[in-house]
Design a protein around this ligand. Structure first.
Ligand code: CMX
Length: 134
């Protein structure tokens, strides 16, 4: 079951500059940050009530997030739904013929995650996440 919006992903040119606005100006609490080499990003999660904002800085201008930054100058990148069983949600999406990016869940900053292709949703990149402890 998709329980709630876990986070909204936002691409920023620089994580430090992003934190200056989202953490220091808006006052959101930083809960986690990491470099995720296999995704080619530095990422940070900031708590906003029951949900979070995930800031993403590309490590390389040529990767997918780097191309997004070059094309749009940053901004809203994806929406992530929380689930208690990411593998089951991924199988359900596959069974419905939804175009997938990930064929199986993998580890991300928000726990075990997978992505659906934006072409399947008419332009919105969707992530499912099963946080640790779910
Ligand atoms: N939202 C909506 N559409 C997007 C998009 C996004 N965030 N990023 C790219 N697209 C669209 C482009 O507009 C383009 O559309 P058209 O073909 O209509 O022009 C198409 O996808 C291809 O764009 P691209 O720049 O050539 O990008 P790629 O195909 O290399 O990659 C995507 C696109 C979605 C497959 C890739 O971004 C991906 O695999 N994303 C999932 C992983 C990810 O985003 N990781 C970072 C976050 C990590 C984390 O949260 O842990």
């Amino acid at each position: 079951m998709l329980k709630k919006i876990h986070h909204v992903g936002v691409v920023v040119p620089s994580l430090d500059a992003g934190l200056r606005f989202w953490r220091d100006t808006l006052g959101l609490h930083l809960t986690a940050s990491a470099t995720i080499e296999e995704q080619g990003v530095r990422a940070a999660l900031l708590k906003a009530g029951d949900s979070e904002i995930e800031l993403l800085e590309p490590l390389d201008a040529g990767n997918a997030v780097g191309k997004f930054l070059a094309r749009h100058g940053g901004g809203l990148h994806h929406v992530c739904f929380q689930t208690d069983d990411v593998a089951r949600e991924l199988e359900a999406a596959r069974a419905k013929g939804i175009q997938l990016i990930d064929q199986k869940p993998r580890r991300g900053l928000a726990g075990m995650i997978c992505f659906l292709h934006p072409k399947a949703t008419r332009g919105v990149l969707v992530e499912y996440a099963q946080p640790p402890g779910e």
